[in-house]
Design a protein around this ligand. Structure first.
Ligand code: C2E
Ligand code: MG
Ligand code: MG
Ligand code: MG
Length: 283
């Protein structure tokens, strides 16, 4: 098929393709400028311990309002940032910001949380991630045990390097999780090789839990798989009490989703969770 697209094969852009292309290039340029102009912020979404109902962590999620274009979803701009390499500076910003915020909350008396940060495959493979983490921890004063990196199955390309890097991060005292578990195309054998702590069930599986028996079976199986491997398991995208009941009955460890809260600005998050004492039930 590739061969058929020879030298004389003209490719025409339709108006829709043109529009998409120009939006993409505006985002690519905007990312670079936005980093210089401090346009990015980080929001935080609570993670709940299912048996106790206490808050145990938060996921850091980057937010961006492009001046003329308005708010843009990370689902749209992260892939562009991956392509252009802007993800490296952006990822560094989120890491440092989230470590400082977590330490500030601890200092303000919030029950200590584990802060989960998304690390893109390119950031993991092409930067000195261990060095970045070490310096973010040192500069913020955050203890490594309060930091978790969310990795995706796509980091598996280049396995032996990836495992060595993960081991170094584990030795520093970090937690590691696999995000969007089950949505990639990788084999399960990496679970044996990777020194990880937690599997994160993608919201795609959680969403239809109660209406699709196959999704229910998959979620049930991922929970058992995690526990059989002595890993913890967290479900993301939990929106209803019924979904939470299902997860609780199957001994899923943690949950995250709109049922508890949306990703919140640091001010909103602090207002809600800062007055808490260790062990307070939030749900
Ligand atoms: P993710 O890491 O799987 O993050 C979970 C996404 O689900 C977030 O979307 C969150 O807002 C959303 N979500 C949480 N609870 C619910 C719920 O109950 N229902 C629904 N429908 N959605 C829920 P968001 O913030 O738009 O981020 C999208 C993706 O962008 C993330 O997916 C992650 O892959 C990427 N991303 C976000 N921030 C960063 C970052 O700082 N670095 C990197 N590398 N990727 C990031
Ligand atoms: Mg994530
Ligand atoms: Mg996820
Ligand atoms: Mg996801």
């Amino acid at each position: 098929r590739v061969k058929e697209q020879g030298k004389n094969n003209f490719q025409f852009f339709t108006p829709a393709m043109n529009e998409e292309y120009s939006r993409r290039s505006k985002i690519a340029i905007g990312l670079r400028k936005g980093l210089e102009r401090d346009e990015f912020t980080v929001h935080y979404q609570p993670q709940i311990d299912i048996p106790s109902g206490a808050i145990i962590g938060a996921e850091a999620l980057v937010r961006w309002t492009h001046p003329p274009m308005g708010p843009i979803s990370p689902a749209e701009f992260i892939p562009v940032a991956e392509e252009t390499g802007a993800i490296i500076a952006l990822g560094e910003f989120v890491l440092r910001e989230a470590c400082h915020q977590n330490k500030a909350w601890q200092d303000a008396g919030m029950p200590p949380l584990r802060m989960a940060i998304n690390i893109s495959a390119r950031q993991f493979a092409q930067t000195d991630i261990c060095g970045s983490v070490r310096s973010a921890l040192a500069d913020s004063g955050l203890d490594a045990k309060y930091l978790e990196l969310e990795l995706t199955e796509s980091i598996i390309q280049g396995t032996s390097d990836a495992v060595a890097t993960m081991q170094e991060l584990k030795d520093m005292g970090l937690h590691l999780s696999i995000d969007d578990f089950g949505t990639g195309y990788s084999s399960l054998s990496y679970l044996k090789l990777f020194p990880i702590d937690t599997l994160k069930i993608d919201q795609y599986f959680t969403r239809n839990l109660l209406v699709d028996t196959k999704d229910a079976a998959l979620v049930d199986t991922i929970i058992r798989l995690a526990h059989n491997l002595e890993l913890k398991v967290i479900a993301e995208g939990v929106e209803t009490a019924e979904q939470l009941e299902f997860l609780k009955a199957r001994r899923c460890d943690y949950a995250q989703g709109y049922l508890f809260n949306r990703p919140l600005s640091p001010e909103e998050f602090g207002r809600i969770y800062c007055p808490l004492q260790v062990g307070d039930v939030v749900y």
